[in-house]
Write a protein that binds this ligand. Structure first.
Ligand SMILES: Cc1cc2nc3c(=O)[nH]c(=O)nc-3n(C[C@H](O)[C@H](O)[C@H](O)COP(=O)(O)O)c2cc1C
Length: 410
């Protein structure tokens, strides 16, 4: 094994948290929390991931309050799920001694189809907006947060971070990207405020920086806070790399332990972070309404911009971010094959997060350590990502003999 791969599989510390290697499961909301409960299905999935040898798994998209959910099947962090989370984390750590568990702290902001809002009647973001996702389910508009809403929003992150620490999580990943709540404040595309939370970058970062400071104060220094951020929003008038580098520098100075540099906006341009086969392929497969299915076949190709897949597609931009920060850097994006892992390590990144490669092969680490010619097998068809609301949630269709062949090839 080369010295760089050897480094990937050797112990390292994330902030003050010892990890047994440098491979972390990326946050991939798996649609395995029916009615918002992290029960057996989610546990079995993460058991397979930790048994495969990663150093840390991440429970994706844990929202900071009930109204921060995109749909009502998502989990929000509250006392009602304490027993399930505690027992899941205990079991994961027993199954794979030394493994760590992180959770992604997220809030949808203005982008939701959750009709079971508890406090609010409609989603809220930085400014009034059309809520494309909610339109079919009767939530076509999102409102603008008041200053009191903003204070409440920060407090939900504090309460959730403390809750995570109390149920046994080892780290938290704050989602600053992909067009969700905090990202909506950062992006000039969605933040049209004219108060201290809008306008200049300093102002647009005021809420994210408040969240970071409050969360860090709440959990202390031995509980690492990672931040997932956008290097580009992938939309007109959004954040681009030059501004993203300033954003990274601000988060770094604010005490973030590690940055994960991604890109894209779920509502407008998610293919920036997926690359490869359009999500439409899987959406057509999953659609049960024949009229909607036909509609998708006719206009589907226009719904998503094309971004051809290539390995390590965020690497060059992530290197530019890294030049400006002192915190640790976690590489994410298309690190599927061993050559790519080797390259990321050679470039000096501290850790790597894997999403689809671990959905394809939860035993990635075990298999790659055992076989220098290991091939992962993920073909970036992105059909896993369209199973979020399918029965049982996300899985790799290539691992499932019942799965239909890829539409693009039929
Ligand atoms: C099924 C699925 C669900 C995802 N859910 C999330 C999520 O909840 N939060 C997030 O930040 N990214 C999410 N992502 C994006 C991944 O974390 C990652 O950024 C992307 O898949 C690129 O990494 P990869 O090439 O290793 O898959 C999801 C991706 C997939 C495939």
């Amino acid at each position: 094994m080369s010295e760089h791969l050897d480094r990937a599989f050797s112990p390292a510390s994330l902030g003050q948290l010892p990890l047994k290697n440098r491979i972390i499961k990326a946050a991939t909301y798996e649609g395995k929390t029916p009615d918002g409960v992290p029960g057996e299905v989610l546990k079995e999935f993460h058991k397979s991931i930790v048994a495969g040898g990663v150093a840390m798994t991440t429970i994706g998209y844990c929202t900071t309050e009930a109204d921060g959910r995109i749909n009502d099947q998502m989990m929000w962090l509250h006392e009602g799920v304490r027993p399930q989370l505690t027992s899941m984390i205990d079991e994961l750590k027993t199954l794979s001694p030394g493994v760590k568990v992180s959770g992604q702290l997220a809030h949808c902001g203005n982008f939701s189809k959750n009709r079971k809002m508890q406090r609010l009647k409609r989603p809220l973001g930085p400014s009034r907006a059309f809520n494309m996702l909610g339109a079919p389910s009767g939530l076509p508009f999102a409102g603008a947060m008041t200053l009191a809403d903003i204070d409440h929003f920060v407090q939900t992150y504090v309460d959730s971070a403390r809750f995570m620490q109390s149920v046994g999580f080892d780290a938290a990943e704050v989602h600053f990207g992909h067009g969700y709540g905090l990202s909506q404040f950062i992006s000039p595309r969605t933040n049209k405020r004219d108060d201290i939370y809008g306008g200049s970058l300093q102002n647009r970062m005021r809420l994210p920086m408040r969240v970071l400071e409050a969360v860090k104060n709440a959990v202390g220094n031995d509980f690492p806070i990672l931040g997932k951020m956008n290097m580009t929003d992938g939309v007109k008038d959004g954040v681009h790399l030059a501004e993203a580098i300033e954003i990274a520098s601000m988060l770094d100075k604010g005490g973030i332990d590690a940055l994960i540099c991604s890109g894209g906006t779920s509502s407008f341009n998610p293919m920036v972070y997926f690359r490869g086969e359009s999500l439409v392929t899987g959406m057509i497969e999953q659609e049960t309404n024949p009229i909607a299915k036909l509609g998708l076949r006719i206009i589907g190709s226009k719904l998503f911009r094309e971004y051809p897949y290539y390995e390590n597609y965020f690497l060059e931009d992530a290197k530019k971010v890294r030049e400006r920060v002192d915190c640790q850097m976690v590489y994410i994006g298309g690190c599927t094959e061993l050559d790519s892992l080797e390259k990321v390590m050679q470039e000096g990144f501290d850790f790597v997060q894997l999403g689809r490669p671990l959905i394809k092969d939860p035993d990635y680490v075990k298999n790659a350590k055992a076989n220098p010619n290991y091939k992962n097998g993920c073909i970036h068809c992105n059909r896993c990502a369209t199973m979020i609301e399918a029965p049982g949630g996300v899985r790799c269709p290539l691992n499932d003999p019942q799965s239909p062949p890829l539409l693009a090839t039929t």
